[in-house]
Design a protein around this ligand. Structure first.
Ligand code: 13P
Length: 255
């Protein structure tokens, strides 16, 4: 029987705004070929314009999924440039990132907006990967738990237990994203433990023990194993290293 931690495992690549269609297709094919059949769910969160093609590529691969990087807070209608949950679902997505720090910073996404995006994802049968994390300034001020609790509260507190059980969390300290500076395994574990206690207090013990909490921020083949071995770290949301098939595959295999 799989342990609760084994049940929570997940590794997602966030390609961000990189790769043209050919390069993205080549990357997905190389990863699928190298991963073979494995037990750990893997997600490619690719630019929206590639998602349909990627769904065709991963179709039939065991435990490999496609996800969006953002979702509209609206259901449909006059929202030029936005992509709805129904549209993501219709091109084969099963996951979507919500609240990445780059969207919070570049597009001023508020807690209220993100709560609506989480709800739209769930309403359309997509698993939201809800991202949050403190800046360097906030960590240096010793405010990381306060910031994380507020971001969790804003994006998720409106959900009931059944809905929350369908959400994946990704703790991504802003100071570790794309900087080469990783949170130490002990630093990351401390916050992940805090997140699980927050889940327990708000949604109960069962939700706390089944929710996947990923770590993101300069995860590499050299540090993945130690991070993933922490009791409350259930996998990773991988940026830069997800663009290189060998690195991404070796991170997945670090489990
Ligand atoms: P890096 O792995 O490039 O630091 O990016 C992390 C990230 O933002 C994933 O969403």
């Amino acid at each position: 029987m799989a342990t609760p931690k084994e049940m929570r495992r997940l590794v997602a690549g966030n390609w961000k705004m990189n790769l043209d269609l050919q390069a993205g297709s080549d990357l997905a094919k190389a990863c699928v070929d190298a991963l073979g059949s494995q037990n750990i769910p893997v997600v490619f969160c690719a630019p929206a314009i590639h998602l349909h093609a990627l769904s065709g590529i991963v179709n039939g691969a065991s435990n490999v999924h496609v996800g969006g990087q953002d979702i509209s807070s609206h259901e449909s209608g006059a929202h030029t440039g936005e992509i709805s949950g129904m549209q993501l679902k219709s091109v084969g997505c099963s996951y979507v990132i919500v609240g990445h720090s780059e969207r919070r910073a570049d597009h001023g996404e508020s807690g209220e907006l993100l709560a609506a995006k989480v709800s739209q994802a769930l309403a359309n049968g997509l698993t939201p990967i809800y991202c949050f994390g403190e800046t360097l300034e906030q960590r240096e001020a010793g405010d990381e738990q306060k910031v994380v609790a507020l971001q969790l509260q804003e994006g998720l507190a409106h959900l009931d237990v059944e809905a929350m059980n369908k959400v994946v969390l990704a703790y991504e300290p802003v100071w570790a994203i794309g900087t080469g500076k990783t949170a130490s395994p002990a630093q990351a574990q401390a916050i992940h433990k805090f997140i699980r206690l927050w889940l327990d207090a708000r949604f109960g013990e069962s939700t706390a023990s089944t929710t996947s909490i990923l770590y993101g921020g300069s995860v590499k083949p050299t540090n993945a194993n130690e991070l993933f071995n922490q009791p409350d770290i259930d996998g990773g949301l991988i940026g830069g290293a997800s663009l290189k098939p060998a690195d991404f595959v070796s991170i997945v295999n670090a489990y």
